[in-house]
Design a protein around this ligand. Structure first.
Ligand code: PLP
Length: 389
């Protein structure tokens, strides 16, 4: 059975050019970048070339990039590192209800250790109100953390407005840009952020590699202690093939991003229209325009999203009903609940995320099979369905 992959927000396949470029870094260029000999220095050169590529992708300086094990570590480091760097003073963090668990759970942990956390609400389309950010500021606020675009519903936040508020208040601003780097133009200066998290496996690079951008002069304590790698900001022998892969993925993004975004936006809009037109009681979740080019998130009333997913999976179609981390449990997504969606409707949300290799034929195939799957499930659904009354 040929498969249709529509879960690019969960992870992307590694680009063949990335695979080709990194393979020698497992074999002939296997050196430790800290070693002074030729084999070590080849590895060092690869790490620094990748740092340059990634810095150019996000408009940063090379020494503002710290490689991490992924987006989760970058988020943890941004939050915990800022609080630790603040020393003994009382700390307050402002964040939002729709952040990834890598931010929310880190905040919960910090709270247990005495940091105060304000979790801001979002509107029905998942947007944060910058005025809410302003109102939440206190003299103890050390950090505002607002994600660039949401991984479930694709809503893109007004980061530049929030950055201006942070700057005026003298507070650091972090964004989790895991879903946008490589998909949308991301420039740390245009966005006005001090800290930014990104992850390799969302932009056709390998898993287990990411980076934290730290604006020059920003005080962030390290999470890991040991060797002096990454200018003493992240100890541990560098994941050279991973870093190399992230660098090549960044070069590919610089080259292909604009064209990819245009193609995907057109496919996305056709996909959304097709579902809303062919299936009753469906709604678009998230913002209609301020939206990731690859995100189609639909609320399907009177049916469980998980049941639709299983039926799609039997046909070889891979989608998601929330973030990858929360699927497998039938708990309604915290993001959907934060948008004010009732739990029974939130459980009927379906996320299709398209990518570089999604075709119009694949979209048509899903549009063909989805109405029958929904009709079949609704016919046997225990959930109160007006069409069955
Ligand atoms: N932040 C967001 C918005 C994400 O979508 C993800 C991954 O799903 C992460 C953070 C975690 O990144 P990683 O898988 O590289 O740890």
């Amino acid at each position: 059975m040929s498969r249709i992959y529509m879960d690019y927000a969960a992870t992307t396949p590694v680009h063949p050019e990335v695979v080709e470029a990194i393979l020698p870094y497992f074999s002939e260029h296997f050196g430790n970048p800290s070693a002074l000999h030729a084999i070590g220095q080849e590895a060092r050169e690869a790490v620094e070339t990748a740092r340059d590529s990634l810095a150019r992708l996000i408009g940063a300086e090379m020494d503002e990039i710290v490689f991490t094990s992924g987006g989760t570590e970058a988020d943890n480091n941004a939050l915990v590192g800022t609080v630790r760097a603040a020393g003994d003073r009382p700390c307050h963090i402002i964040t939002t209800a729709i952040e990834h668990h890598a931010v929310l759970e880190t905040c919960e942990d910090l709270e247990k250790q005495g940091t105060r956390v304000t979790v801001l609400p979002v509107d029905g389309q998942g947007l944060v109100d910058p005025d809410d950010v302003r109102r939440a500021l206190t003299p103890a606020t050390v950090l505002i953390s607002v994600m660039h675009a949401n991984n479930e519903i694709g809503t893109i936040q007004p980061l530049a407005e929030i950055a201006a508020i942070a700057r005026e208040a003298g507070v650091l601003f972090h964004t989790d840009a895991v879903q946008t780097v490589g998909r949308l133009p991301v420039n740390v200066n245009d966005l006005g952020v001090d800290l930014l998290s990104l992850s390799g496996h969302k932009l056709y690079g390998p898993k287990g590699i990411g980076a934290l951008y730290i604006r020059k002069g920003t005080k962030v304590a390290p999470l890991l202690h040991g060797g002096g790698q990454e200018q003493h900001r992240r100890a541990g022998t560098e994941n050279v093939p991973g870093i190399m892969g992230l660098g090549v993925a960044a070069e590919i993004a610089i080259r292909d991003m604009a064209a990819d975004a245009e193609t995907q936006t057109a496919l996305r809009d056709r996909f959304i229209r097709g579902i809303l037109d062919s299936i009753d009681h469906t709604t678009l979740n998230g913002h209609p325009v301020k939206r990731l080019p690859n995100n189609v998130n639909i609320g399907v009333a009177y049916v469980e999203g998980e049941a639709i997913l299983l039926n799609l999976d039997q046909l070889g179609i891979c989608a998601s009903s929330g973030s990858a981390c929360s699927s497998g449990s039938l708990e309604a997504s915290h993001v959907m609940l934060a948008t004010g969606c009732p739990p029974e409707l939130a459980r009927g949300s379906l996320r299709f995320t398209i990518g570089k290799w999604t075709t119009g034929e694949e979209v048509d195939t899903v549009l063909q099979v989805l109405p029958d799957i929904v009709a079949k499930l609704r016919a046997m659904s225990p959930i109160n369905n007006p069409d069955r009354r």
